[in-house]
Design a protein around this ligand. Structure first.
Ligand code: EPZ
Length: 418
């Protein structure tokens, strides 16, 4: 089990290139099973979650090879419709294979692990939508067997909640279905738009991705294409928090500012200044202490992203006042609070609420990450803390942050993996 050793209180400087978005890579890799021919995905981040998806593609009979920052997938050899338990358990993002494999082969069988580190993660919206598209779905103890022997048919699907994964699953199942599918109350995350851009380049007819209503006209077939993934807005938000917590000025390269529309104002309220030039963003932390962010509510996009809650909460622990967090998306997403408390933070959590009283400084400690974004929060806290922090549970960080300790070291941080 590797650990990160962080010696804190070093200012960061310089520039970092933002990796491709993990939450684009996972659905787009699943989408390749719908296509004939070769797809080249540029800026595909080298993450354990991506490796898990490549493993599923290879198991299904596709070829999937990394070449530099690109991944090359050929799906001619697709010959299976089941995804084994071991592969499914490696990443939650593999659920989107359900809609893609079902649409491509007429059948899909997988066992879906129930809850995970941050909540129950039900999949009722996915299964209801697939049934509306004409699939026969049997589920027993988390194992799902879907059949669409006569193919899938377009449907009107109203989501009660703008679920990202359900929206993606429906798009993947509907783009080669017979007829038109309309999704209302669809998720608007930029990764949804990125998935649709990839599929439309492959010959799909998807309109309105990124909006609340998406229309998909089913087409007969799709052929692979070249596609560059969007940058990872959550990695960008995490680096902003690292800069804010260490009184630093750094430049992020390859960001799309509009994807950070709800994130930048919160850091500006805290005293950070931003300069946006083309696809670069420079963040300068305040010389004195961060101001408290008052109230932060996580919401579906374009609201404040739940994935940026943990890194932001870390920054709020050293602000000069009180910040209240309301986590509206997942039931159990404050697990980093107890570990931050070991570093001297003053945090009280109750259900979806966390109240953070800023303290003058944090102190290095041995802390353990138990989920992906919590790991990022503890790493940011270690950069700011007085003394040495030992962070275990690095495997969680590696699910979503590509060589993050190297990125931070290149910005001047004292971070080593042992
Ligand atoms: C995606 O998860 C992301 N994962 C998550 O990122 C992100 O936090 C989340 O969207 C919200 O933005 C990937 O893209 C791989 P949801 P997903 O379906 O699709 C409930 C990270 O850190 N729900 O929008 O699972 C669900 O329980 C990860 O990178 C149902 O009730 O999110 C949750 O409370 C974590 N029934 C809420 O909706 C369903 O059928 C949001 O879930 C599906 C979801």
């Amino acid at each position: 089990m590797s650990k990160l050793i962080i010696n804190g209180q070093r200012a960061l400087s310089g520039a970092a290139e933002i990796q491709g978005a993990k939450n684009s890579a996972l659905p787009i890799l699943a989408a390749t099973v719908l296509t004939k021919g070769e797809s080249v995905l540029f800026r595909c981040p080298d993450l354990s979650d991506v490796e898990a998806s490549l493993g599923i593609l290879r198991y299904l009979g596709c070829t999937a090879q990394r070449s530099g920052d690109a991944v090359v997938v050929k799906s001619e050899g697709l010959c299976r419709h089941d995804i084994p338990d071991g592969l499914m358990r490696k990443t939650r993002g593999s659920l989107v294979f359900l809609g893609a494999v079902l649409a491509s082969t007429g059948r899909a069988r997988l066992c879906f692990p129930g809850g995970c580190e941050i909540g129950l993660r039900p999949i009722d919206l996915h299964l209801k939508a697939l049934r509306q598209l004409g699939a026969v779905v049997k589920e027993r103890h988390g194992c799902i067997d879907c059949r669409a022997v006569h193919g899938l048919k377009g449907a009107q699907i109203a989501l009660p909640f703008p679920s990202v994964g359900a929206t993606e699953d429906i798009i993947l199942a509907a783009c080669t279905a017979c007829g038109t599918t309309t999704i209302t109350n669809a998720a608007r995350e930029p990764e949804i738009r990125d998935l649709a851009d990839y599929l439309n380049r492959c010959g799909a007819k998807i309109y309105g991705a990124g909006e609340g209503e998406i229309v998909i006209d089913g087409v007969k077939s799709l052929s692979g294409c070249n596609h560059a993934l969007i940058p990872d807005r959550i990695v960008a938000a995490t680096l902003i928090s690292c800069a804010a917590m260490t009184g630093s000025e750094i430049t992020l390269k390859g960001v799309i500012h509009s994807h950070l529309g709800a994130v930048l104002p919160v850091f500006e309220d805290a005293g950070c200044a931003f300069k946006a030039v083309e696809n670069e963003l420079t963040v300068k932390a305040p010389v004195k202490r961060l101001r408290p962010m008052k109230i932060v509510r996580t919401m579906p996009y374009p609201g404040f992203p739940t994935d940026a809650q943990a890194p932001l909460l870390a920054a709020s622990t050293i602000a000069d006042g009180t910040t209240v967090f309301i986590e509206n998306i997942f039931e159990n997403r404050f697990r980093h609070a107890s570990e931050l408390t070991r570093m001297g933070a003053d945090i009280k959590t109750e259900g979806k609420f966390a109240v953070v009283e800023g303290v003058p400084r944090l102190y290095g400690a041995a802390v353990e990450a138990v989920d992906l974004r919590g790991a990022a929060a503890l790493l940011a806290a270690g950069l700011s803390a007085e003394g040495r922090t030992e962070l275990s549970g690095v495997k969680y960080l590696e699910r979503g942050y590509e060589r993050f300790e190297q990125v931070l070291s290149s910005l001047g941080a004292d971070v080593k993996k042992i």
